[in-house]
Design a protein around this ligand. Structure first.
Ligand code: UD1
Length: 417
């Protein structure tokens, strides 16, 4: 098992390119299943979760080739509709293959992905919507046997919560339906829009509006498509948190501030200067931060839950008391005990974390237990006095491409052992 060794307190300077978004790339790879041709997807990050999606595509009968950051997926000869448990279990978001396999094969056999490090993560919204559209679903001991008789019925689905995965699954399942499918209270995350863009380029008809209504008009055929995945807003925010905490002046090429507008004021109020351009963002910080008392994670366009942990790490040294309320996942404060090991003073009461700023964090052996929590530990280590060893790096590798190379380029003292 590898570890990251970080000697902190080096200010970060220079520029890096932000990778393609994992959460956009994964549903787009699932969407390749319903493309009757070759999909060329540029800007695919090299991550373990992306590799897991590629393995599922290959199992289903696709030919997949990677050239640099581009993936070529030939799905003309798909022959299979079941995904074995060992492939489903490699990442929770494999559930998004349910919609696309159903669309293409009219049948899908897979297992429910179950809970994970950050919470229970049920799929009740996915399944009840699919049932409403006429999919017959047989559930037994976590196995799902799903079938569409003829074509999917059109209908209006009103989601009780704007679930990202449920919105994507309904979109994918409905592309060949018999008429119009409408999703009300759909997720509005940029990654959902990116999936819609990909689907439309392949001949589907999906319209999203800013109020969270999605309209899918069924089509009879799809065709090959070329698409470039949008840049990763959570990776941008993690590197911004690192610069804010360690101090420095960094330009993030390809960062798209309009995808994370709710988080920009947090950095400005903490004392950073942000210069945002069309295809880049520059952040300048002297490493002396103020507290922020009112961060609440919300569905997009609100403050993203995935950025909660890295921004908490940055606020550990913010002068005064910061408060973060986690509204999306019930178990997303596991990084707190590890940050406290480094000298942070964080108390958790239910969904609320209270962060009393300290003048210094100190290097320590810490363990990442989930992806963004791992990002938070790296942020804390970069601004801490002395050496930090971060274990559990396989979690970090699920979402951050070559994290040590990017940070070393900015002047950090970091190595993988
Ligand atoms: C996606 C992102 C994840 C992000 C999350 C919220 C991907 C691959 N992952 O996850 O990084 O943190 O959106 O922005 O895109 N829920 C139910 N029933 C359901 C579905 C969801 O109760 O059927 C609950 C979940 O347990 C959670 C909340 O709704 O508490 C949000 O989940 P959802 O938006 O579905 O997140 P994911 O699509 O799993």
């Amino acid at each position: 098992m590898s570890e990251l060794i970080i000697n902190g307190k080096k200010s970060l300077k220079g520029e890096i390119d932000i990778q393609g978004a994992k959460n956009s790339c994964l549903p787009i790879l699932a969407a390749c299943v319903l493309v009757e041709g070759v999909s060329v997807i540029h800007n695919c990050p090299k991550l373990s979760d992306v590799n897991a999606a590629v393995k599922i595509l290959e199992h289903l009968g696709c030919k997949v080739e990677r050239k640099g950051s581009s993936l070529f997926v030939d799905s003309r000869k798909i022959s299979c509709y079941n995904i074995p448990t060992e492939l489903m279990c490699q990442m929770r978001s494999s559930i998004v293959f349910l919609g696309s396999v159903l669309s293409r094969m009219k049948k899908a056999k897979l297992c429910s992905p179950g809970g994970c490090e950050i919470g229970l993560r049920p799929i009740d919204l996915h399944l009840s919507a699919l049932r409403q559209l006429g999919v017959s679903i047989d559930e037994s001991a976590g196995d799902l046997n799903c079938e569409i008789k003829n074509r999917l019925k059109p209908g209006v689905i009103s989601l009780s919560f704007p679930s990202v995965g449920a919105t994507e699954n309904i979109m994918l399942a409905s592309v060949f339906s018999e008429g119009k499918t409408v999703i009300l209270n759909a997720a509005r995350e940029p990654e959902v829009s990116d999936l819609a863009l990909f689907l439309n380029k392949s001949g589907c008809r999906v319209k999203l509006d800013a109020q969270g209504t999605v309209v899918i008009e069924g089509v009879k055929n799809t065709h090959g498509v070329t698409h470039s995945v949008l840049s990763d807003r959570i990776v941008s925010l993690t590197y911004m948190a690192a610069v804010a905490a360690a101090g420095g002046d960094v330009t993030l090429n390809r960062a798209c501030a309009s995808d994370f507008l709710a988080a920009i004021p947090v950095f400005e109020r903490a004392g950073c200067r942000i210069i945002s351009k069309k295809n880049s963002l520059r952040i300048i910080s002297n490493g002396k931060l103020s507290c922020i008392k009112d961060i609440r994670t919300m569905p997009f366009p609100g403050f993203p839950t995935d950025a909660q942990a890295p921004i908490m790490a940055m606020l550990c040294k913010g002068k005064g008391t910061s408060v973060i309320v986690e509204n999306i996942f019930e178990n997303r404060f596991k990084h707190v005990s590890q940050l406290n090991k480094m000298g942070a003073k964080i108390k958790v009461e239910g969904r609320v974390a209270i962060i009393d700023g300290v003048s210094e964090l100190y290097g320590a052996p810490v363990e990442a237990v989930d992806l963004r929590g791992g990002g938070a530990l790296v942020v804390a280590a970069l601004c801490a006095e002395g050496k930090t060893t971060v274990s559990g790096i396989h979690h970090v590798d699920r979402g951050y491409e070559k994290i040590e190379e990017c940070l070393r380029k900015l002047g950090a003292d970091i190595e993988r052992r």
